[in-house]
Design a protein around this ligand. Structure first.
Ligand code: E4P
Length: 273
């Protein structure tokens, strides 16, 4: 499974890439907002275009998803082409992120605009990451439209299922991939029992149907969920910076390091000088 970093913070991205095992970057307007706010607290001058160019360089040729902000077909295609033209020629790693369904109000007639935009950009050889996917059906439609990546939002589905149970939880809490069962049965969203279950169903459909789009497990909130994304066959998981660091964390590893460090005898130390 490839690992992307879900961040627009160049310092986080730089640090994550220093390990040599990160395969891409995903951003969204909320992550850009967070990065801009951090720059503002440092009183840094913000030149968004220069910032994005730098971010693309730091990603060393691996795919970086940049999201459109428009919510209609024409606007999304115009923005997608504009971003691609402005930034892709230098680093050749831009992917345009398009919401699978940009509708802001039920019945506003924009349900198909995401699919049409994905199809249009793909036809112009612009790679697309179809985002805000919450059902296997949406993933199937996005893949049919030609998306290179489809991004099911695992953590947000977990939030939604958990909120149906009205129990208190924090964003990074683990939610079991098999869901939660009570007397009434397993809590679900139209048959989906957890975010990882959503990822698993999409992986299975793509395998069954010989679909080439890659399943990019997004909205991953903790290392165990990342592990489960790998178990169910996600091609990629995009992880926040903290979760990437937690992938390497175990108290017994640190305890072992402290003990080994204490036990170094001078004879052995000299050998390794
Ligand atoms: C990535 O493409 C998504 O935008 C991101 O993973 C969403 O994560 P969140 O639900 O934790 O905000």
């Amino acid at each position: 499974m490839k690992i992307f970093i879900d961040s627009a913070d160049i310092e986080e991205i730089r640090y994550a890439y220093s390990g040599g095992v990160i395969d891409g970057v995903t951003t969204n307007p909320s992550l850009i907002k967070k990065a801009v706010e951090r720059l503002k607290t440092n009183n840094d001058k913000i030149n968004m275009s220069a910032y994005i160019k730098q971010l693309l360089i730091v990603a060393k040729g691996t795919p970086v998803s940049l999201e459109v902000t428009a919510s209609d077909f024409k606007g999304m295609v115009e923005q997608g082409k504009k971003i691609y033209k402005a930034f892709n020629p230098a680093t050749r790693n831009v992917v345009i992120k398009i919401p699978v369904n940009p509708s802001l109000k039920k019945g506003d007639g924009k349900e198909y605009d995401g699919i049409k935009a994905i199809k249009n950009l793909t036809a112009s050889n612009i790679p697309v990451n179809a985002t805000l996917i919450f059902t296997p059906e949406q993933a199937l439609m996005a893949a049919k439209a030609g998306a290179r990546f489809v991004s099911p939002f695992a953590g947000r589905i977990d939030d939604d299922i958990r909120s149906k149970r009205k129990s208190k939880f924090s964003k990074t809490d683990y939610f079991p991939m098999e869901g939660i069962t009570d007397k009434k049965g397993v809590t679900n969203d139209n048959g989906i029992v957890s975010g990882i279950d959503l990822v698993a169903e999409i992986v299975e459909i793509f395998r069954e149907q010989n679909i080439k789009s890659e399943v990019l497990a997004a909205s991953i909130r903790n290392p165990r969920q990342a592990r489960e994304a790998a178990i169910v066959g996600a091609h990629i998981a995009t992880l926040p910076f903290d979760v990437i660091k937690e992938l390497l964390d175990h108290r017994k590893t640190m305890e072992g390091m402290i003990k080994f460090t204490k036990d170094i005898v001078p004879e052995y130390a000299k050998l390794l000088e």
